[in-house]
Design a protein around this ligand. Structure first.
Ligand code: ZN
Length: 502
């Protein structure tokens, strides 16, 4: 017999073990699985999702949850880690209890199939083939949002976003974005008016050499290959089941060296966070990421604040020349640094530079909000997408493949998700400023290929805290403020002004 709170954690761990097994199946689906397994995999994922849900909603969990309040560590100190964890467990439990098991199963099944059909429709640029799937998913998401219920004055989007970024509402995000957008547009215009035009790096970079190069960089940044893997997928992601089993993926284009490297550094950032979570707390809030925005802050920081800095390229350029001797004359430090900071509008979010990236997010945010409210029929999505893209990015979309079919998220049932990318950008800028203040010679260390001090700072201020406290609180403690668009804009200015001579 243990204390009630420990028994509660043991019960939650059982569900987490099942869910982490599903995560490996989901990783496998994107990396290794033969197409013939599509239908069977959907059945497997549905079965596991229902089993895990039944474990989480078992009467015993509710009894333990009630008893945990009397645990001496909680009753005696409402601010103890156990008490704060219990608050988080309760928040999540209330949501799980509101979802019928059959809806959870239908969602897992439909999204597993829809992702497959999305991938085919995207390849063919055929929105009509995907539309019935998206209609099904939107209907299921609306059903889910209705079960969860929004806070007073809220909307369906809020109920779904709560899963990804606890506390984030559509109105709250719209307010953040309203402070960010004018600064982004102003910076974009100044860059467009600059006479500096960085030349892209072109040439052929053999995939095998790229793979060797990005693996070398990943290991130098601190990714532990004894506790993780790096594979390929169409859409890079970070999955896995445990801090000792982190699965990141990347992609390669033979003519684009920076794409494979940037994607890898991004996923390495996610992977470092996962590997840095307290292993002993697996299945408990203390062992989990604080939010998707927090997760994204880690990936963005390594991809952008580190990977687009002059200091990084002073270290990385000689290694690039070593891996690609045939292209060596193109791979000077300053050429690579400039190319890594190329700012130009484009249709694809994952290829977007730092100035345009959040504008892509805003388009998706508006549209999914309208889809969920029932204000935008799925059939009208391509036209609405293209109109907003023309408006905000000044770009015409010729094929839905480069428009509303480009992202996997909606087919995977991930609504109320895109804005976490923008929050991640904001957090990343704040962590970067705070880490630079705490490690005065950070640039010199990066230039020397010493990334451990930065990783150590992130471990100390972010990773080791798991999700005992909300993401906004972790950010405030580490940086002195909650998500702040002004800090983001200042950081962007500092990174891009030297490149463009602003
Ligand atoms: Zn990411």
């Amino acid at each position: 017999m243990g204390l009630p709170f420990d028994l509660l954690l043991a019960a939650l761990r059982e569900a987490a073990l099942l869910e982490s097994s599903a995560a490996i199946l989901a990783w496998d689906q994107e990396t290794m699985m033969p197409p013939g397994a599509v239908a069977h995999r959907a059945d497997q994922l549905e079965q596991i999702a229902q089993l895990a849900h039944s474990l989480r909603t078992a009467p015993r969990v509710r009894e333990l949850l009630a008893a945990a309040a009397d645990d001496p560590r909680i009753a005696g100190d409402p601010h103890s880690p156990q008490a704060r964890s219990l608050t988080e467990i309760r928040r999540r439990q209330e949501r799980v209890d509101r979802l019928p098991a059959d809806l959870v199963g239908r969602l897992a099944h439909a999204t597993s199939l829809a992702q497959h059909h999305w991938a085919q429709a995207r390849t063919a640029g055929d929105f009509a083939a995907f539309a019935p799937w998206l209609e099904r998913i939107v209907a299921l998401q609306r059903e889910k949002a209705a079960c969860l219920g929004a806070s007073p004055g809220g909307e369906p989007w809020d109920a779904l976003a709560e899963e990804n970024e606890p506390g984030l509402t559509a109105a709250g995000f719209a307010a953040i974005f309203a402070r960010l957008q004018p600064g982004l547009l102003a910076l974009r215009d100044r860059i467009a008016a600059s006479r500096v035009r960085p030349a892209p790096i072109d040439g052929r970079f053999p995939i095998a050499a790229q793979e060797a190069f990005v693996r070398f960089v990943a290991a130098q940044l601190g990714f532990d290959f004894e506790r993780g893997r790096l594979d390929r997928s169409v859409h890079p992601f970070c999955g896995g089941s445990h801090p000792g089993d982190v699965r990141i993926t990347t992609r390669y284009r033979e003519q684009d060296l920076l794409d494979g490297l940037g994607s890898t550094m991004h996923e390495v950032g996610h992977g470092l966070y996962e590997q840095g979570l307290p292993e002993a707390a697996f299945g408990a809030p203390a062992g989990e990421a604080a939010s998707l925005g927090m997760h994204e802050s880690q990936s963005r920081l390594w991809e952008n604040q580190v990977g687009r800095s002059a200091a990084f390229w002073r270290w990385a350029a000689p290694h690039a020349r070593r891996h690609f001797p045939d292209a060596a004359e193109q791979l000077s430090e300053s050429r690579l640094w400039h190319a890594a900071n190329l700012v130009a509008p484009g249709p694809i979010r994952v290829d977007a530079d730092e100035v345009h990236y959040d504008l892509h997010v805003a388009i998706r945010f508006e549209l999914e909000r309208a889809l969920l409210r029932g204000d935008l029929p799925v059939a009208e999505l391509p036209a609405a997408w293209n109109a907003r893209t023309a408006d905000l990015l000044g770009i015409a979309i010729a094929n839905d493949r480069d428009g509303c079919l480009q992202d996997v998220h909606w087919s995977a049932g991930l609504f109320g998700y895109f804005p976490t990318y923008t929050l991640g950008n904001l957090y990343a800028s704040q962590f970067w400023s705070a880490a630079r203040a705490a490690i005065p010679d950070l640039g010199a260390r990066i230039e020397a290929g010493r990334f451990a001090p930065l990783l150590g700072w992130l471990r100390e201020h972010v990773h080791r805290h798991g999700h005992v406290d909300p993401a906004a609180e972790i950010c405030r403690r580490a940086t002195g403020s909650a998500a702040d668009p002004a800090i983001r804009l200042r950081d962007l200015e500092q990174r891009l002004a030297p490149v463009y001579g602003l």
